[in-house]
Design a protein around this ligand. Structure first.
Ligand SMILES: NC(=O)c1ccc[n+]([C@@H]2O[C@H](COP(=O)([O-])OP(=O)(O)OC[C@H]3O[C@@H](n4cnc5c(N)ncnc54)[C@H](OP(=O)(O)O)[C@@H]3O)[C@@H](O)[C@H]2O)c1
Length: 263
């Protein structure tokens, strides 16, 4: 299937790890020109040099800024657009949350995390808008989380951050549709690797289980029986970003192995 992504100009936040990094790999395979948005310059340089070796035909640039409602985000997005000659696709994959209910998370942790997502995600969208308006293939894809729609007592922050991401994205889809810009959400279930290992540790502690018991408990939450691969999530992002996704906006693709319970 021709996804029509050859030469498209893509900005991805959260470029150093996890889902953001996996998205970059998938876009690179499709021949896109990619700006890696990250805050850790050293780590990002390592990712960049790996990509340049693996995909010598592609254009890659990196822009460094901590996400938040601040001017450095606008400068990073402007620099990315200048280096690539515009922007067609923006993927907001940066962010994360701290586990715990009210009182369990320090105020500065709330501020720091919320500043990255949703506020930093909003700042990236705002800064990218003038470039997306000039594109004939304009897409925004925001990574959310299941607890945004299915809040749980042990993850108040994930609930707040991801509900805001859903609400913001839906609102944006309505306002940007008439400009030909699609806006969608991709929601991962827990991913394999470091994230899953951490979750096993936490679950074992919280539920008084062995590591094996905790892993079995977590797997039972997922009808397909296993954590999601970051490349599975990236596949959904790339589909929404492709020419095949041109009539999809204001919606969500869940890549969660069937874990969510809502319809
Ligand atoms: N993976 C999952 O199980 C899961 C589940 C639900 C939702 N999600 C959502 O999916 C998205 C991606 O998750 P992931 O698993 O790929 O996370 P990850 O592996 O922890 O990577 C997060 C990325 O975001 C970057 N980041 C975090 N805060 C930042 C800030 N203030 N400024 C700039 N960059 C920042 C990190 O950069 P550094 O390297 O500099 O820290 C890193 O590149 C997140 O929005 C997350 O909430 C993931």
């Amino acid at each position: 299937m021709d996804l029509g992504l050859q030469g498209k100009k893509v900005l991805v936040s959260g470029a150093t790890r996890g889902i953001g990094k996996a998205c970059i790999e998938e876009f690179a395979k499709e021949g896109a020109a990619i700006a890696l948005f990250a805050r850790d310059e050293k780590l990002c340089s390592e990712v960049l040099s790996h990509l340049k070796k693996r995909y010598p035909q592609n254009i890659f640039v990196m822009v460094i800024a901590a996400l938040g409602l601040n001017d450095s985000v606008k400068k990073a997005v402007d620099d990315a657009a200048k280096a690539l000659g515009g922007l067609d696709i923006v993927v907001n994959a940066a962010g994360g949350s701290k586990r715990g209910g009210l009182g369990a998370v320090a105020h500065d942790e709330w501020m720091r995390r919320l500043d990255a997502k949703p506020l930093g995600l909003m700042a990236v969208c705002e800064a990218a808008l003038p470039y997306l308006e000039k594109s004939d293939h304009a897409r925004i894809i925001n990574l959310s989380g299941l607890h945004g729609k299915e809040p749980v007592p042990w993850a108040a922050m994930a609930g707040a951050i991801n509900a805001a991401t859903h609400g913001f994205s839906k609102s944006l889809a309505g306002s940007l549709g008439p400009k030909g810009i699609t806006v969608n959400v991709v929601t991962p279930g827990f991913t394999s690797g470091r994230r899953f290992d951490e979750l096993i540790e936490i679950t074992a502690k919280e539920r008084g289980l062995s590591k094996e018991g905790a892993e079995a408990w977590l797997r039972e939450l997922v009808p397909l029986g296993e954590p999601v691969g970051v490349e599975d999530v990236a596949g959904a992002v790339v589909y929404l970003a492709s020419k095949r996704g041109k009539m999809i906006t204001g919606t969500e693709i869940k890549v969660d192995g069937g874990r969510s319970r809502h319809i």
